[in-house]
Design a protein around this ligand. Structure first.
Ligand code: NI
Length: 191
């Protein structure tokens, strides 16, 4: 299991870089990311959340499979993805994130997403998704752009969760999974 990077860590704010087919340890990383995601009960996980600033995320929406047919058995790896288009009505749905424990907030996004990407075998795909699957993809894709769901909530809600976010940054949070927190800033002395 890999430790998960917590809100406040600079890697979550970087724009991730594309990788090549010869990226060292890629298959192991993908395997370990799935293990980590299942162990921490997530439905998606992006590489920056395990401290790798590369364009890779994984999704397993099967947990929603009982209620939402298109989510059943939806387990995919997205390498070097690019969102080509978002379309449809805007919907507000509550989102959470393994990097931002114990916080869920309503986020507005369009209902459909068209995306191109490579899978774990480097096969190319261009596909359109809707509903919960699109929502997870949009959330994970944002991680590759250094964007977190808390960036997309109302300023009132932001104010209300500011203290909680500050606590997470400082490592004051309890989770069933291991986390990496932002390095402490050393105060510069005048000496
Ligand atoms: Ni997330």
């Amino acid at each position: 299991m890999l430790p998960i990077v917590a809100y406040g860590h600079p890697v979550l704010r970087k724009i991730s870089r594309e990788i090549g087919r010869d990226h060292p340890g890629l298959q192991d990383l993908i395997h370990n990311m799935f293990e980590t995601m299942y162990e921490s009960v997530g439905v998606g996980l992006a590489a920056p959340q395990v401290n790798r600033s590369i364009r890779l995320f994984i999704v397993d929406a099967s947990a929603y499979g009982d209620k939402i047919p298109e989510a059943a058995g939806f387990k995919k790896v997205f390498i070097n993805p690019e969102i080509l288009e978002e379309s449809g009505e805007e919907h507000s749905i509550d989102e959470g994130c393994l990097s931002i424990p114990h916080i869920r907030e309503d986020v507005t996004r369009q209902e459909k997403v068209r995306i191109k990407y490579y899978d774990e075998h480097w096969a190319f795909h261009e596909e359109q998704y809707g509903g919960i699957v699109a929502r997870i993809i949009q959330h994970e894709y944002d991680h590759l752009e250094g964007i977190l769901f808390t960036d997309k909530i109302s300023s009132l809600r932001k104010t209300l969760i500011r203290k909680k976010l500050h606590d997470i940054t400082k490592g004051k949070v309890n989770t069933d999974y291991k986390m990496i927190f932002a390095p402490r800033r050393k105060k510069l002395s005048n000496a």
